[in-house]
Design a protein around this ligand. Structure first.
Ligand code: PMP
Ligand code: GLU
Length: 447
């Protein structure tokens, strides 16, 4: 059967992937207005530009620059012949290792039955949203995929705005005032993510405690996306589950701190109080992906069991990422682009508001058009704030400072070095070059 005729355009760009069709099957109505996920689209676009011979400073896609530690790669080789389907809940040994990790290191008593394994936490977040007939509450900005997932399954999303001044954190009073006017009979799911994508921020425990209190009062379920939990530059991370263990679902995985995004291994921890939800998620997973690739699950056990070895690796990543976060933020703030210094993950959220007037005179009035301008004229790939739930007119952008060779960096850098411009230029030439380009761009915009 032919689905698309000649007039069909399949256009995957930074901003959108529209499938226009004159004839063909009816598509799910929920897809209308949705695009190919901007993170994946910017990755594709940057690769295409590079293949066409253009230089691109790739700050668009958020992938760990560090290699998968050797001991995990060796484990995978050992288990390459594992061919059986595994239980939909996941390999018991892996669930046990994750539960032990949570109990001992995150001080959150966890039993293996509370853990489910999935092909990336993204899929598990989708299953949870699918299983719950809930309204989704998100801070803006938030990671790109939560809202489209809700949309795909016809759920409503309510954004609660945050600001630079509030450190991109939801104010408990704002959450409360929304909840006090909303339908109390509707199940609500608040999705938070710290260390945060796109801001690099980590919420302080007091903010989390107050948010948890509001959720308790209004019976809101919390989904705490903790995929970056071990990428914290000062080693401090407090989960909101500390204040609301019974209503907090946690997701995590190997993609970020183990550098294994392409392995597609994520997990979810569901508290006993939400057992019904867990059963529903298992049903959905059983009818969709069945189980995660067996060799990957066997290999993943050691990522949790060999805690010391893994932690040694991660501390190298954190020293490097922390050094870069500070250098990049200082450079950009000095140039007039407002940015909070990241405390974890590998993102910074830039605010070009100061340049609104001169940008207007150039016909640039949206974040998306500013990003297009920067890509075309300065070869810098960023994602606009609108991809993260900010308004179209918001002149904000996410910068992922991961365009460097992580394997080389951990070989050559101890982390105790002074991350000054000379050092960054020498060791991270593309990060350095891209930041110079942004500085040059804003200088030219004002002149
Ligand atoms: N949450 C956040 C905040 C992310 O940045 C990502 C990006 N990969 C994910 C979830 C999904 O990760 P994965 O599916 O690879 O576990
Ligand atoms: N999490 C990464 C990002 O935000 C990309 C991976 C994905 O979107 O699945 O850029």
């Amino acid at each position: 059967m032919k689905y698309f005729n000649k007039e069909s355009i399949i256009h995957i760009g930074m901003e959108e992937a529209i499938i226009t069709k004159k004839k063909g099957p009816q598509l799910n109505r929920n897809l209308s207005g949705l695009t190919v996920s901007p993170t994946l689209a910017i990755n594709q676009k940057s690769k295409e530009l590079e293949q066409a011979g253009h230089k691109v400073f790739r700050f668009g896609f958020g992938q760990s620059p560090f290699p998968i530690p050797d001991f995990l790669v060796e484990e995978l080789k050992t288990f390459a012949a594992e061919k059986q389907y595994l239980p939909v809940e996941g390999l018991l040994e892996l669930r046990k290792a994750i539960a032990e990790y949570y109990t001992n290191f995150n001080k959150l008593p966890t039993s293996p039955t509370q853990i489910l394994i999935g092909p990336g936490s993204k899929e598990l977040i989708f299953s949870i949203q699918d299983a719950l007939e809930a309204e989704l509450i998100l801070p803006s900005p938030s990671w790109v995929s939560y809202f489209p997932q809700a949309r795909l399954i016809g759920r409503e999303t309510q954004f609660i705005e945050t600001t630079f001044e509030s450190k991109w954190l939801i104010k408990p009073t704002d959450l409360k005032s929304y909840l006090s006017t909303s339908d109390p009979n509707k199940t609500k799911l608040l999705l938070l993510n710290y260390p945060n994508n796109p801001t690099g921020i980590i919420a302080d425990p007091e903010n989390l405690r107050q948010i948890a209190e509001v959720c308790e009062e209004y019976d809101v379920i919390i989904l705490s996306d903790e995929i970056y939990d071990r990428l914290t530059f000062d080693g401090n991370f407090v989960s909101i589950s500390t204040f609301a263990a019974n209503r907090t679902i946690i997701t995590g995985g190997l993609s970020k701190w183990a550098g294994a995004g392409g392995w597609r291994l994520g997990f979810v921890r569901i508290p006993d109080s939400l057992q019904e939800l867990e059963s529903a998620v298992i049903k959905i997973n059983s009818e969709t992906f069945s189980c995660v690739s067996s060799p990957i699950q066997y290999a993943a056990v050691q990522a949790f069991a060999k805690t010391d070895t893994m932690n040694q690796e991660i501390s190298k990543y954190n020293r490097i990422l922390g050094g870069l976060a500070t250098w990049v933020s200082n450079e950009l703030n000095f140039a007039g682009v407002r940015v909070l210094t990241g405390k974890g993950a590998f993102y910074l959220f830039l605010d070009f508001e100061k340049f609104r007037k001169p940008l207007e005179t150039m016909g640039i009035i949206t974040g998306k058009s500013l990003m297009e301008y920067l890509l075309e004229n300065y070869q810098v790939a960023l994602l606009p704030g609108s991809a993260f739930g900010m308004s179209d007119s918001s002149l904000t952008a996410r910068l992922a400072y991961v365009n460097f060779d992580g394997a080389k960096a951990i070989r050559e850098i101890s982390g105790s070095e002074n991350f000054d411009s000379k050092f960054v230029q020498l060791k991270f030439p593309d990060v350095f070059g891209g930041i110079q380009k942004i500085k040059e761009a804003v200088q030219n915009i004002v002149n």
